[in-house]
Every structure is written in structure tokens, then in C-alpha cells.
Design a protein around this ligand. Structure first.
Ligand SMILES: [Zn+2]
Length: 65
């Protein structure tokens, strides 16, 4: 599969490591949201994923060490 994937946030082409993360959200927006009934396909590279995680008030990181 050589399909090119781009980070939705910064627009960079995902490299091997970014794709390895497989951080993507595929969902259909419910009514009442800004994107009523639209389908969302969001892919983020490592950098943007980290940025997103860092910006969370409640950390989504589950430390399973
Ligand atoms: Zn990015």
C-alpha cells in the first residue's frame, strides 16, 4: 500500500514513523455540531499528535508501564 497520507493539521506528508503511529480519527459528526452529518477523516503526524496530547487539560496518556 503506497497510498500517500498527509497530516491534516500541518499538511506534511506522513513518513514511515508517522504512519506507524496510526493516529487517525474516522467518525461521523452528529447533529448539533458544526459539521452536521459530515464524515471526519483526521490523520495526524507524530508532532501534531504530541501537540494535541500536550494541549489536553486532562491527559489522554495512559501510562501502562
Ligand atoms: Zn502534522
Amino acid at each position: 500500500m503506497a497510498k500517500k497520507v498527509y497530516c491534516n493539521k500541518c499538511g506534511k506528508e506522513m513518513d514511515f514513523w508517522d504512519r506507524q503511529e496510526e493516529f487517525s480519527i474516522h467518525t461521523k459528526c452528529g447533529y448539533g455540531t458544526k459539521y452536521d452529518g459530515s464524515t471526519i477523516e483526521l490523520d495526524l503526524c507524530c508532532d501534531c499528535m504530541e501537540e494535541l496530547v500536550d494541549s489536553c487539560k486532562i491527559s489522554p496518556v495512559i501510562d501502562n508501564t
